[in-house]
Design a binder for this molecule. Structure first.
Ligand code: IMP
Length: 183
């Protein structure tokens, strides 16, 4: 398996940031921490499509308290300062439940800020966030990230659910893009 830092064959990819093994190890640690913190309770794992799907699929199998899975899809308003519109809502109510939002990456934090505000209005018992990547150099909204997989450099990254124009979500590792691709 290619190690962290390996140069990748695809012409738009730069280097491997997190290998498949490294991700699996970190996801197991996050799953263990979540299981510990929610012992004796049931957790509603809520994920934003589509990027969070791969992380959720691995994470939920590393959590050993009862979980339910539910999905939302959102789209940003152009020039909306991060305001989002729900294009697919959760199927189940979350009132009185322990909700953990599972995110692939938090960048400026604006999307998550709006999402949390919407979810809070539904009066869950608790509302926390687990993100795989935390790109905190660009953070605008101050957010409580209870669980975080890796700190992410201020680069565009793809793989393990993260895309560039719909591509690369299926890479089993996370890679940076070459600077010239992003302009
Ligand atoms: P935020 O509102 O700036 O935090 O943006 C969050 C969303 O932007 C994420 O859910 C991703 O869809 C997307 N995003 C931010 N950075 C990256 C990246 O490096 N690669 C892929 N998508 C990204």
């Amino acid at each position: 398996m290619r190690p962290r830092g390996a140069v990748l064959a695809d012409p738009v990819l730069d280097r491997m940031l997190h290998s498949q093994d490294e991700i699996a190890e970190r996801v197991a640690e996050l799953g263990a921490a979540i299981s510990e913190d929610y012992r004796g309770q049931e957790v509603a794992l809520v994920t934003v499509l589509r990027g969070g799907l791969i992380f959720l699929a691995d994470l939920c199998r590393r959590v050993d308290v009862p979980v339910t899975l539910d999905f939302m899809a959102i789209s940003s308003y152009a020039g909306g300062g991060g305001a989002v519109r729900i294009t697919k809502d959760l199927d189940d109510p979350i009132e009185g439940r322990h909700v953990l939002v599972v995110e692939d990456i938090v960048d400026t934090g604006l999307t998550l800020h709006y999402l949390l505000k919407m979810l809070r209005q539904r009066r869950p018992a608790t509302l926390e966030v687990c993100t795989l990547l935390d790109k905190d150099a660009r953070r605008i909204a101050d957010l409580p990230l209870r669980y975080r997989g890796f700190a992410c450099p201020d680069r565009f990254v793809v793989g393990y659910g993260l895309d560039l124009g719909g591509r690369f979500r299926n890479l089993p590792f996370i890679a940076t893009l070459k600077d010239e691709v992003m302009g």
